[in-house]
Design a protein around this ligand. Structure first.
Ligand code: SF4
Length: 342
């Protein structure tokens, strides 16, 4: 529990009013901007999402424009942000808003819409509609665990979120729930950070039991899930200013309808090593997977993938207009530049 909650709320809100980052969904707020920004920020950091948000607003300035757009156009504007179901669900929400005579006005009503869970519903309802409902994400968990010197070891982040929801709602300023929620998240993102908390600059230091006990660096205690290691080999085959790409089918869990650099196995190459040359090795993490992808230069001669309609020769001039995942577009661009330079 926090002593003197009224003074706590005042200290937090005053700090936020003086220190909040200027963000496009804050400077001229609207329900639409809040919904779009909350979808974008579900699995993406603010600095990554910012240019996408600006482009999105130029192309889809309101619910109706977004609702009326073709699905491919919507996905194209999301390209590079990843987790494309967010874009599909945001599109459905816009269509719901266009076709409905009412705007959801409770957290539960928001949660009934596609892609909106506890966190996003509370964020939209509090920020855009002033409904008092606390949002709890990883940043808020960290701040609350340190403030209360909570020593429980949580099995995962979800358990920690559930644990702190009650306290977050108790502490929420019901007069300004949107600002109070954003203040907690902002404090966690900029002051009460994971590796380097700036307790000397913190408006909540006098309330902070973790600071008083010297236990800040150990909190929160959350067990990290082990990442599964995945290795993939991909083939870059080029002929006559065309590149061979694989189109991901609609049955796939992720990246439906996107092109990607094909798996080497799908090209039915023999073990003939003079047709293979490693161009680069890329590593990235997606959810609980740690993925290493080796990119091979592959001779186009003798490839045999007859009958595999998912493999297509794509003209270089078309690459910008097709859907490609962000990393694959980047890798392809870098590879084509090396060819230009040689
Ligand atoms: S005093 Fe330090 S640990 Fe406590 S809330 Fe502030 S930044 Fe976080």
């Amino acid at each position: 529990m926090i002593n003197h909650p009224t003074a706590f709320r005042l200290a937090l809100l005053t700090w936020y009013q003086q220190n909040q980052r200027s963000l496009p969904w804050r400077t001229e707020p609207s329900l639409y901007k809040t919904v779009v920004s909350e979808f974008m920020l579900q699995q993406t950091q603010i600095k990554t999402a910012l240019p996408y948000f600006e482009r999105w607003m130029q192309r889809f300035p309101d619910f109706k424009t977004l609702a009326d757009a073709e699905s491919d156009v919507v996905l194209k504007h999301w390209e590079g942000l990843g987790y494309y179901n967010r874009a599909r669900n945001l599109h459905k929400v816009a269509q719901w808003m266009r076709d409905s005579e009412e705007v959801p006005d409770t957290v539960e009503a928001w949660k009934a819409l596609p892609g909106i869970g506890d966190y996003t519903a509370a964020a939209i309802a509090s920020i855009a509609q002033g409904i008092p409902s606390a949002v709890v994400d990883g940043n808020v968990v960290r701040v609350l665990a340190r403030l209360t010197n909570e020593q429980t070891a949580f099995a995962n982040n979800g358990k920690a979120v559930d644990f702190f929801k009650g306290l977050a709602n108790t502490l929420l300023d019901s007069e300004s729930p949107g600002d109070a929620n954003q203040a907690m998240m902002e404090l966690g993102a900029t002051v009460c950070t994971k590796g380097n908390p700036q307790c000397g600059l913190c408006p909540l230091q006098t309330f902070c039991q973790g600071f008083a006990q010297g236990s800040v660096a150990d909190l929160p205690k959350i067990q990290r899930a082990k990442r599964e290691k995945v290795k993939l080999n991909r083939g870059l085959a080029i002929q006559q200013k065309k590149i061979l790409l694989h189109k991901i089918g609609t049955e796939a869990k992720r990246l439906k309808g996107h092109y990607e650099i094909p798996n080497l196995e799908s090209l039915n190459l023999s073990e003939n090593s003079d047709r293979l040359e490693v161009v680069s090795i890329r590593r990235r993490a997606i959810s609980n997977q740690s993925i290493e992808e080796q990119l091979f230069r592959v001779s186009a001669e003798g490839l045999s993938f007859e009958g595999d309609e998912a493999l297509n020769w794509i003209d270089f001039s078309e690459i910008n207009s097709i859907l490609l995942s962000g990393p694959h577009r980047r890798w392809l661009k870098e590879y084509l530049q090396t060819l230009d330079n040689n």
